[in-house]
Each structure stands twice: as structure tokens, then as C-alpha cells.
Design a protein. Structure first.
Length: 324
């Protein structure tokens, strides 16, 4: 779901469906008349009138971007069913352990909220802009990753319960690891929403693109006219810079967490090392490739896997047998 969402953004497909129909929208257009009606609706929004229309977009090209947005929405519905139906089944059978009912319902509510936030994000690009709000995009991804981490933590708590162990608590180092990583992932979403990936330049083994940005460590061209806080949220150069170098703060924290686990939980330590090492390399490759689609999609996938690994390690640190 996260990967397809990333591809949807990278292919500029997110605004191809201009309505939100939770039930009837599960089916794509099936006739030529239905396709022409969908395309006609898309032709009314700024992305078409200002960008794709002047570029000569045809119905065939529209079908390509429509597919990714439709598939993303379909996957969202399937994820909801894959969670809600088993939840109802186990609930009716009385198989849910005591103390987990509210949490499992809260996770279901997070999934439903994600659908609403997704449409709130899309609606920001239907009237006045050629793209969705990058802040709403960041909110959409942050909520998805929060749900993912909460699912992982709950699964680990359920496994501990089955072993007769108590639930884990969030320790100082576990919270710091998840907090620093969360900020990095949010800035990654903002970077994607601002189309800020290419601002550093591109080119394999091109030091001007990485570690420098257009030949400088700190990029030129940042708009400070509305203040530093505004620039941190809206300026593509500064957002790219923060995402690029905050990554090393995250690496430092995760290194400490991995070292604390290396004796009692070597497998988790190895997984965490592998995940953040791969993610750093993919981030550099994404920039130097000029945000090539498959590289950027792998970067987003590995970010989600890194979050799961960090959640696992934080959970291990918070088990009753671990020290903070």
C-alpha cells in the first residue's frame, strides 16, 4: 500500500480521479462512455488545464495515471477488509485477549481515518493548484506509517501475551529512535510533495549532487522572506537539506539502539543495521539518479521496513527483560 502510494505520487497520478466514491468507486470505468466521462472531469482541474492539457495528454495517457490512483484506492479498501473481517470473526468467537479490544478498534478507526485524510489531500489539488498540498501529503503518509508501527507493536504485544509475558513499554531510547525516524519520514513526504528531490542536481558519482547540493554544502536560493519556520515547511531547498542531513542523526540514534541489543537480540540488531544502511544508500541513489521511479519506490518501501525494524527493536527494549 505504501509503495503503490509512492508510485502514485511519482507518476503524478493522484489527481486523476476527481471524486471520492467509497463503494461504487471500487470498479474502474468499463465502457468508452465511462472513460470519456472520467477524462472530461479530469480536464476541468488545474493539473490538466495548466500542465497535462498543454502537453497534449490523450485518453490513453490518462488511463495510465488513472490506474495507479484507482489501484491505490482499491488496495486501501482491501486492507480495510483484511483487517475488519478477521477482527469481527475473532471478536464474535471471544478469541481476542482481554485488554486488546479497544486497541484493535482504534487501529480499525485509524484505517478509516486514513481514507478521509487521503481524500482531504486529493481535494487540495482539484481547484487552485496543479498538485496536492505537500503538508496534507505528509499528513497522509505520517498517518499510514503511524498505523503501520501501531500494528507492528500490537502484533508483538499479542505474541508476548501468547508466551505469558507482559506488554512492552516505550523506553527513552525506543521513543527517541521512533521520534527521530518519524521526523525523517515526514520530511521525506514533504520533500516528495514539493518535488524537491531534483533540486540538488543529478548524476552518478557527481559530488555536486551528493554530498553537496549544486556545489555547496548548504544550498543557495532558500527563501527566508517569510521567516525560518515557514522556510522549514515550504522551501524545497531547505526541506531537501533537512531530510538529507537529519538522516545521519537518525543513523546515530539507531546505531546506539542496535548496539544495546546486539548481545541479547543479535538478529534484531543485524536487521536494524541492514535496514538503515540500505535506506541511506537508496536515498543517495534516489538523488543521484534524478529520482528514478523504481529507485524512489524502493527508498519508500525500505523506509516502511525500517520503521517496522525500529518498532521491533523499541519493543524489545521495552520488554520486562530489558533495561532502558
Amino acid at each position: 500500500m505504501v509503495v503503490v502510494g509512492g508510485i502514485t505520487r511519482l507518476t503524478e497520478s493522484g489527481l486523476s480521479i476527481t471524486e471520492w466514491r467509497p463503494i461504487s468507486g471500487m470498479l474502474p470505468p468499463l465502457t468508452q462512455i465511462q472513460w470519456e466521462a472520467q477524462f472530461a472531469a479530469y480536464q476541468q482541474i488545474p493539473q490538466f488545464t495548466q500542465v497535462n492539457g498543454p502537453a497534449g495528454m490523450t485518453l490513453a495517457a490518462y488511463k495510465h495515471i488513472f490506474f495507479w490512483e484507482w489501484f491505490h484506492r482499491l488496495l486501501g479498501r482491501l486492507v480495510g477488509l483484511a483487517y475488519a473481517l478477521p477482527l469481527a470473526w475473532f471478536w464474535l468467537r471471544g478469541a481476542i485477549p482481554q485488554g486488546f479490544h479497544r486497541r484493535l478498534l482504534a487501529l480499525l478507526a485509524l484505517g478509516g481515518l486514513q481514507g478521509l485524510v487521503g481524500w482531504w489531500m486529493v481535494s487540495s489539488g482539484l481547484t487552485h493548484d496543479v498538485k496536492v498540498s505537500h503538508l496534507r501529503l505528509a499528513t497522509h503518509l505520517a498517518l499510514a506509517l503511524t498505523t503501520l508501527a501501531a500494528l507492528a507493536w500490537t502484533a508483538l504485544d499479542l505474541a508476548a501475551h501468547a508466551r505469558g509475558e507482559s506488554r512492552a513499554r516505550l523506553t527513552r531510547w525506543g521513543g527517541l529512535a521512533l521520534g527521530t525516524l518519524a521526523l525523517q519520514l515526514v520530511y521525506g513526504a514533504m520533500l516528495a510533495g514539493l518535488r524537491a528531490g531534483p533540486v540538488a542536481g543529478a548524476g552518478w558519482l557527481n559530488w555536486q549532487a551528493w554530498p553537496l547540493m549544486q556545489g555547496s554544502f548548504f544550498p543557495a536560493g532558500i527563501d527566508w522572506s517569510q521567516g525560518g519556520f515557514h522556510a522549514l515547511l515550504y522551501d524545497p531547498f531547505l526541506v531537501h537539506f533537512v531530510h538529507r542531513w537529519w538522516a545521519w542523526v537518525v543513523v546515530g540514534v539507531l546505531l546506539i539502539v542496535a548496539r544495546q541489543l546486539r548481545t541479547a537480540h543479535r538478529n534484531a540488531s543485524v536487521v536494524l543495521h541492514s535496514a538503515f544502511g540500505t535506506q541511506v544508500l537508496l536515498g543517495i541513489a534516489t538523488v543521484m539518479s534524478g529520482v528514478t521511479l523504481w529507485v524512489a519506490a524502493l527508498h519508500q518501501l525500505t523506509g516502511a521496513l525500517l520503521l517496522i525494524a525500529a518498532t521491533w527493536c523499541a519493543h524489545l527494549m521495552g520488554s520486562r527483560n530489558e533495561l532502558d
